[in-house]
Design a protein around this ligand. Structure first.
Ligand SMILES: C[S@@+](CC[C@H](N)C(=O)[O-])C[C@H]1O[C@@H](n2cnc3c(N)ncnc32)[C@H](O)[C@@H]1O
Length: 214
């Protein structure tokens, strides 16, 4: 194998640059928060993987959840952390800086598509490890017609890609999660019909370790 994997590229600075480019737009038109509200979830503990500056956790804090933990590869985003009540730390999704702890709700929104294909299963396993046995998981990402690899235009010389596919399916494939709610939308223009290029999906899943087996 040659060169760094793309998780190292994002950890080495592209995560920070993404944050600088996008920090003023964070929180616009948010489907994870809507699914939490629509399904009347009141988690006591929430982990967000790829939380940026914790803006979404801060919004959840307003409903009174006492334990709010966020992890992001960008040290710029984490050090800009929007609230002192959040437990934010720098770390990677495939090796979360979290000891043995379960959360009532774990959120991973538009993060899996950035992760190197050599570490994506580890990131999915780490996510699963942190969801409580009857807990909830929200996965948001792009949903093209078929798995799609797109050159990451901010780093045209670095062989970095975004990998778009149905990540919720990784959790339902073994029948250890069931889909509770799902919203499909146009990522670029919420008022327009989605196409393969711009379709986004936000899925609320519930973990159920053997309940779906007959
Ligand atoms: C497209 S942004 C989404 C931010 C946030 N989840 C949201 O919905 O507003 C992707 C985020 O994931 C972080 N990220 C990318 N790769 C990561 C990794 N391997 N581990 C942890 N965080 C990562 C980035 O720094 C960035 O904050």
């Amino acid at each position: 194998m040659s060169g760094p994997i793309q998780d190292d590229v994002f950890a080495a600075g592209e995560g920070d640059r993404w944050y600088e480019r996008n920090r003023d737009a964070l929180g616009h038109d948010d489907w994870p928060l809507r699914l939490i509200e629509r399904n009347a979830l009141h988690p006591e503990s929430v982990l967000e993987i790829g939380c940026a500056n914790g803006w979404r956790l801060a919004a959840i804090a307003e409903s009174g959840a006492p334990r709010l933990v966020g992890v992001d590869v960008s040290s710029a985003a984490i050090s800009a952390g929007v609230s002192q009540t959040l437990d934010l730390s720098v770390g990677r999704a495939d090796r979360l800086p979290i000891e043995e702890e379960f959360f009532d709700l774990v959120i991973v929104n538009y993060v899996f598509h950035w992760i190197d294909r050599s570490t994506i299963l580890a990131a999915i396993s780490e996510t699963d490890r942190c969801v409580a046995p009857d807990g909830y998981l929200i996965v948001g990402d792009f949903l093209p017609d078929r798995p799609t690899k797109v050159p990451y235009h901010h780093l045209p010389d670095d062989s970095v890609f975004t990998f778009k596919t149905d990540y919720a399916a990784a959790f339902t494939a073994l029948s250890t999660y069931e889909v509770i709610d799902r919203e499909i939308y146009n990522h670029d223009d919420p008022s327009a019909e989605p196409t393969s290029e711009n379709r986004g999906v936000c899925t609320l899943l519930r973990k159920t370790l053997s309940g779906l087996y007959r």
